[in-house]
Design a protein around this ligand. Structure first.
Ligand code: BES
Ligand code: MN
Ligand code: ZN
Length: 472
């Protein structure tokens, strides 16, 4: 799918030269006559290399028909990796076959970013289609020393694992089949997996998780992944992903149009699963525990109800207001489990938690909440590395007032205003003072408006969580 070549041996369907505005150069492998032809065409078409501009030239070289394309990246001093992502995604999406990419500019020969984009272009969820999508083969020409691209490939493959899990429908992925997939991935990539079933979950008093999953024919599972490759006394990072394999809204049922995409309500789970695969494959020297409360928010006569009062694993009683605010309930018990039973030293949770975060930030940017400035900047840095946009949201104490209950210790929703913040505030209460960061990916995990990712599952968070764990 993607590799690096140091020698030009075979012929390609297309030879792409990446150039900055005003910096078009014609490589000296091409005969004098053809260089002349290319120069004339460049003049005639007034091609200079503006962002996204491209120029195609076909010519005979010896006995071969050579197809070339110059692709412009805009002004060198305005260049960013996001421009690279955008232009390359747009350009490669229209191509077929085997493509060679080269540039005399180092910034335009960035194999990490290019590899990521090639995988994005090639990703297609066609498991259930008879006709599978064609895949591009992209080779990047880098003269001189060898480069190790395994990390780039591992990260892209882990992202594809997450995307597939999210794109798979809820009649395939339920709490039990999701747990089985993680068992298989653990064996393949090298991390330990423990699956707690509904009886274990009941014994642990995880009543919020149980309640949310109670009306489904497929009962909840707590999926625990352990990868302990740091020193014994090192920090133990807890990654927690919302694993709602389907969200009907429960008795507070969703309207049909909003329910349609709810197979993606386990995207947070998919992100931590993908991140664990990458962390283990790259043998990152850290201690990481990943936890997925997996359940389905369904409807039957046994469903939990608005008005119910349920005792959480940490002992607080929770008044149920709206059964569609189920994610925070499942997560709350998972956080308590991570803190008390796995003894993590910090928590990052990632969840398709609220429609309100989409009202605030659209589907371009993940809303991030944290009780720790240092951890927030680390998440921001890790996300930026991979072109994933994040923005910090507030957690002022006043917001907690919206969660006061007259009949229980706390209620779990705080009304329409500031909906993503009160959801975060609810979760914060379960972190027991540990550094805690919450990523609300409701907008960014499925059909996002990121220019270099296709519609459907995005795999957002996989690469960011990997780099967050690694770069500390
Ligand atoms: N899974 C949804 C949030 C969601 C909405 C994700 C749209 C992706 C796209 C979540 O469980 C939910 O339903 N939240 C409610 C909370 C409300 C009832 C307080 C919401 O945002 O409407
Ligand atoms: Mn819901
Ligand atoms: Zn949900």
């Amino acid at each position: 799918m993607f590799k690096i070549v140091n020698k030009l041996e075979k012929s390609y369907d297309l030879n792409v030269a990446l150039v900055f505005d005003g910096g078009v150069e014609i490589c000296d492998h091409i005969s004098a006559g053809n260089r002349d032809l290319i120069k004339k065409l460049i003049d005639k078409k007034e091609f200079s290399g503006k962002k996204g501009e491209s120029l195609r030239v076909d010519f005979i070289e010896g006995e071969h028909l050579v197809s070339m394309a110059f692709v412009g990246m805009g002004k060198e001093k305005e260049f960013t990796n996001d421009i690279y992502r955008e232009v390359m995604f747009e350009f490669l999406s229209k191509e077929k076959g085997t493509i060679l990419i080269s540039s005399d500019k180092g910034a335009l020969s960035n194999f990490e970013v290019l590899g990521e984009i090639v995988y994005n272009v090639n990703y297609s969820f066609d498991t259930f289609k008879e006709k599978k999508a064609d895949k591009l083969e992209v080779e990047l020409f880098l003269a001189g020393h060898e480069r190790d691209i395994t990390e780039t490939i591992v990260l892209s493959e882990a992202t594809d694992i997450a995307r597939d899990l999210v794109d798979l429908p809820a009649n395939v992925i339920n709490p039990v089949t999701l747990a089985q997939k993680v068992v298989d991935l653990g064996a393949e990539y090298g991390f330990e997996v423990e699956i707690l079933d509904e009886n274990d979950i009941e014994r642990l008093d995880m009543n919020l998780l149980l309640a949310v999953g109670r009306a489904s024919i497929t009962k909840p599972r707590l999926i625990v992944m352990r990868y302990l490759n740091g020193k014994d006394n090192d920090e133990k990072i807890g990654l927690i992903g919302k694993g709602l394999t389907y969200d009907t809204g429960g008795l507070c049922i969703k309207p049909a149009d909003s329910m349609f995409e709810m197979k993606s309500d386990m995207a947070g789970a998919a992100s931590v699963i993908g991140a664990m695969c990458a962390i283990a494959a790259e043998k990152v020297e850290r201690n990481v525990i990943a936890i997925v409360p997996a359940c389905e928010n369904a409807i039957n006569e046994n469903a939990y109800r608005p008005g119910d009062i349920i005792k959480s694993m940490n002992g607080k009683t929770v008044e149920i207001i709206n059964t569609d605010a189920e994610g925070r309930l499942a997560l709350a018990d998972a956080i308590t489990y991570a803190v008390r039973n796995e003894k993590v030293t910090e928590i990052v949770d990632i969840a398709t938690l609220t429609g309100a975060v989409m009202v605030a930030l659209g589907s371009l940017t993940t809303g991030v909440f944290s009780n720790c400035d240092e951890k927030y900047s680390m998440i921001e840095k890790a996300s930026r590395l991979h072109g994933e946009k994040v923005w910090r949201m507030p957690l002022f104490e006043e917001y907690a007032e919206q969660l006061k209950s007259t009949v229980a210790d706390i209620k779990h929703t705080g009304g329409r205003m500031g909906g993503s913040i009160t959801a975060a505030k609810f979760l914060e209460g379960f972190a027991e003072g540990l550094p805690w960061t919450h990523m609300d990916i409701a907008g960014t995990s499925f059909n996002s408006s990121v220019k270099w990712v296709k519609k459907g599952a995005t795999g957002v968070g996989v690469k960011s969580l990997y780099s967050y764990v690694k770069n500390r």
